[in-house]
Design a protein around this ligand. Structure first.
Ligand code: 8GT
Length: 136
């Protein structure tokens, strides 16, 4: 059996008071450039997933999230060509600060009814019905 490289990425659906979800566009030059994704990133050694998410949300979009405001929503399990992605998706409705793109990425607050207009990585597609159920 071939070795499978399992990559653990934690992501978050940030939901604002108007029931919109924040998507971030992957910058040029990266894999899957131009696609819209949930903010988040890879777990670093020694981190718990919630710590990763809190760190990434601060680094990428400048907001401060406290751990009790993160709730598990669903997860993605997707075979990319070079690795298998396992991605828990948390949901968060409360944070401090305004979301700003700190790494030059485009950000969009998107209503559930418009989510399908934003091309996303293949791993994310099965997650959309969960969000739509929750937000519509
Ligand atoms: N944050 C995030 N990553 C996702 C989503 N969907 C999805 O397939 N991914 C994949 O999960 C990985 C995210 O890790 P990352 O953000 O640290 O990866 P990267 O390519 O920007 O960084 P790297 O240069 O360190 O590899 C990427 O391979 C990305 O394509 C998503 O909704 N959010």
């Amino acid at each position: 059996m071939a070795d499978i490289k399992l990559t653990l990425v934690v992501a978050c659906a940030l939901i604002d008071a108007d029931k919109r979800v924040l998507l971030a566009q992957r910058p040029e030059g990266k894999a899957l450039a131009g696609l819209w994704e949930f903010p988040g990133g890879k777990i670093e050694p020694g981190e718990r997933p919630e710590q990763t998410l809190i760190r990434e949300l601060h680094e990428e979009i400048g907001i401060t999230v406290s751990e009790p405001c993160l709730a598990p929503l669903t997860f993605a399990s997707h075979a990319y060509e070079t690795f298998h992605l396992l991605m828990p998706l948390y949901i968060c409705r409360r944070w401090e600060g305004l979301a700003v793109a700190r790494e030059g990425q485009n950000l969009a607050w998107v209503r559930a009814s418009k989510l399908r207009d934003y091309p996303m990585p293949p791993a994310d597609i099965p997650l959309l019905p969960h969000l739509m159920d929750l937000l519509l």
